[in-house]
Design a protein around this ligand. Sequence first.
Ligand code: CIR
Length: 266
Amino acid sequence: MSDRSYRFSHAIVRLPADSATAGLRAIDTGEPDITLIREHHADYVAALRTEGATVIELPKLESFPDAQFVEDTALCLPEGAVVMRPGAPSRLGEAAVMAPVLHRFYDEVLSIAGPGTIEAGDILTTESEILVGTSARTNDAGIAELTGLVARWGYRVRRLETPPGVLHFKTDCSLLDAETILSTSRLAAAGGFSNYRVIYTAPGEEAAANSIRFNDAVIVPDGFPGTAEALARAGYKVVPVGNSECAKLDGGMSCLSLRFSPPKAG
Ligand code: CIR
């Protein structure tokens, strides 16, 4: 089986702005520490580089406090990229800023024109399909437009539902390999993963579900020993990275990068 859904040559990240502490959050769990955000971000970039990534570090964008969460702005596939249309009004402009960056690496860069909205934190690309969860940020019109766009590259989109109160579909799941998904039990219970093997986050460790498989490693947020152990037991190489501050902004390991293998050099 192919492995293009978790083996990549490149990652795009954006350095956290000073304004990052003003990023969106569902619940106030305390002021994020900007110095620690930067340290964790540097550790994250280092982990990607260790796993073989060419990392493109974009400059900070003070006018967009959530811009470090680059994942939400685009879907990067081997054939082309699709610029999203974020459902959070304060994040809408981030997508347009990402488009020229993607043009460096892709001949084909498509865009969600609207009126629907979709953020790529709601998209899990597996080896055989593209799963999209509806959420407060991603609606049916956004999913329908994405479905039409990626059909030209032969992709099938399957619509699932993100449980209420969960920011993004991938807040609660990640791809581990061609047949395996790491998931919280609340998301898996909503159905949709019957064609996959599911490894569950340990009880009370739901926040560990937002991890990423990047080449040989599974990069996980630090501080979730039960889930890290379950992954190690299943044979994965677990690489923990601190995420305490981005967690206060509802962000995790997937949100901080766009992972891809570009068709052109860039
Ligand atoms: C937001 O609410 O949009 C940001 N504070 C967090 C975005 C996290 N992104 C992701 O899950 N893909």
